[in-house]
Design a binder for this molecule. Structure first.
Ligand SMILES: Cc1ncc(COP(=O)(O)OP(=O)(O)O)c(N)n1
Ligand SMILES: Cc1ncsc1CCOP(=O)(O)O
Ligand SMILES: [Mg+2]
Length: 223
């Protein structure tokens, strides 16, 4: 059993938009990171219809964004590509169930980089990922989203179940915004993974990061 009183406050795990021009995006990116606490940033590039991006696009975006993240103590995670996470010396990789197994990803990135695993709404997948050496498990999608067509709908109870049993951090993802984040923090999320809820916020990304930080602090203190 894990002790809920020992659990650190929930933190923000930013996900990039699926498509952007890295140099043009850099100022927006810096403004978001400078607006409040951001634990990590996932470079999640996708082509049309979720097609995988070219490796060189990931390399170029990493060249521009990773130093900006590092200067701010924000961990830089690459989506889908453990090989590139190792090659580019990123802080970690996120793999989905159809990308690569956690163990294979670990072999590619080594012991010192983080490996995160998509577990949809499955307790079984999450326990498997934990046993396979994942550094976090990700549950979702909690809310409707236009960023991806999710294959599962998760309920906040899965976060509570996980947090009460395991020390390994859990990430909540899918349609999270300033307006709907609170119940996920209360339920036990260690990280909120947010893309459009930050980049498309009506008052801009910096305002979204500020507001999410207030919510995460308040709701973590109340749990
Ligand atoms: C933190 C986090 N959680 C889940 C996902 C989804 O990964 P996956 O299922 O492989 O889908 P794609 O993101 O690759 O479309 C994620 N990227 N990050
Ligand atoms: C990658 C991913 N996996 C499940 S939902 C989702 C999309 C996250 O983006 P948003 O925060 O815009 O819903
Ligand atoms: Mg994937």
């Amino acid at each position: 059993m894990s002790d809920p009183d020992q659990r650190p406050a929930c933190r923000l795990y930013l996900i990039t938009p699926p498509r952007f021009e890295p140099r043009a995006f850099a100022d927006t990116f810096k403004a978001a990171l400078d607006a409040g606490d951001v634990a990590s940033l996932q470079l999640r590039l996708k082509g049309d219809n979720e097609a995988p991006p070219a490796a060189d696009d990931i390399r170029y975006a990493t060249e521009i964004l990773m130093p900006l993240a590092r200067e701010r103590d924000v961990a830089f995670i690459i989506n889908d590509r453990p090989d590139l996470a190792a090659e580019l010396d990123a802080d970690g990789v996120h793999v989905g169930q159809d990308d690569m197994s956690c163990r294979e990803a670990r072999k590619l990135v080594g012991p010192d980089r983080a490996v995160g695993v998509t577990c949809h709404s499955s307790r079984h997948l999450a326990m498997e990922a934990g046993e396979a050496g994942a550094d976090y498990v990700a549950f979702g999608a909690f809310y409707e989203t236009d960023t991806k067509i999710p294959i599962s709908k998760a309920e906040p109870e899965i976060l509570t179940w996980w947090a009460n049993l395991f020390v390994l951090p859990c990430v909540a993802i899918g349609g999270i915004t300033v307006a709907n984040a609170a119940p996920l923090v209360r339920a036990g999320a260690d990280f909120l993974a947010v893309s459009s809820g930050v980049w498309a916020h009506e008052d801009g990304p910096a305002a979204a990061v500020r507001k999410l930080n207030v919510i995460m602090a308040e709701e973590s203190a109340a749990r």
